[in-house]
Design a protein around this ligand. Structure first.
Ligand code: UDP
Length: 236
């Protein structure tokens, strides 16, 4: 694996224990995992971070807000998370860039594909913020779409809620659920398994882009996934 897009949810940055929306020690843990993963020579890592710890568009829409407006709030949330992550990764000595799908010159760079590729080639951890800049999506779809755009080899979908891969049913509800080591896109779709949003899954299927779903919060797991070890579930 040379070029990788890591998708992490905004909630991975939060902590139930501290009740913080962005928990400093959790962000520091993630930044350490990323910085130590980058010690592998030749690895190019882009990160797509969600915003669900701050706002989800669907929540506002359910309360009667205009959906597009509510989604904009969600996208801005991802930018806040991206800046938190940037700060923490740089504190571990790794250069980073934040690129936003929504122009905000004083905050970060605009997303420009060729520039993103250049950052990646130079070994900068490149954080894609504001999703795709379009409402009616979650950040799963931009993770897949950006991965295709920068010609990444794989999407790594890091989980944070203790579910360490794709199961035949929700293991928190059905303790006897089986974890798949590998599963096809068609089976994920047919069985309606919650891996990523369906839009993202069909995009990855159409564009032949494998996804590895793994527990991002287990120390060393990101490195293992990058080394090609069979952690979690491979969807392809
Ligand atoms: N969002 C959007 N377009 C995008 C990406 C995100 O409108 O391309 C909005 C949407 O409202 C979403 C919110 O940003 O609910 C936060 O992203 P997401 O729900 O994916 O965060 P996560 O669950 O990964 O933390």
């Amino acid at each position: 694996m040379r070029r990788v897009v890591l998708k992490m949810s905004g909630e991975a940055l939060a902590s139930a224990a501290s009740d913080e929306t962005i928990d400093a020690s959790t962000v520091d843990f993630l930044a350490r995992e990323i910085a130590s993963a980058m010690e592998r020579g030749g690895l190019e890592l882009a990160v797509v971070v969600g915003g669900g710890n701050i706002w989800r568009g669907a929540t506002g829409a359910m309360a009667g807000m205009n959906r597009a407006n509510s989604d904009l709030m969600g996208m801005l949330g991802t930018v806040i998370n991206a800046l938190a992550l940037q700060d923490a990764i740089e504190s571990h000595g790794r250069p980073t860039r934040v690129m936003s799908a929504i122009g905000m010159d004083q905050v970060c760079e605009p997303y420009i594909r060729r520039r993103a590729v250049r950052h990646l080639e130079k070994g900068r951890v490149t954080i894609f913020a504001a999703g795709m800049g379009n409402p009616y999506f979650t950040t799963d779809t931009p993770a897949a779409q950006r991965a295709a755009e920068v010609e990444a080899d794989i999407v790594l979908k890091g989980t944070h809620g203790g579910v360490d891969g794709v199961y035949s049913a929700d293991p928190r509800v059905h303790p006897d659920a089986q974890r798949y080591d590998e599963i096809s896109f068609d089976d994920v779709i047919a069985q309606n398994l919650r891996v990523m949003d369906l839009t993202a899954i069909t995009f990855c299927k159409d564009n032949n882009l494998p996804i590895r779903v793994f527990d991002l919060m287990a120390p060393g797991n990101l490195g293992r996934a990058l080394d090609g070890h069979a952690v979690g579930t491979l969807v392809r």
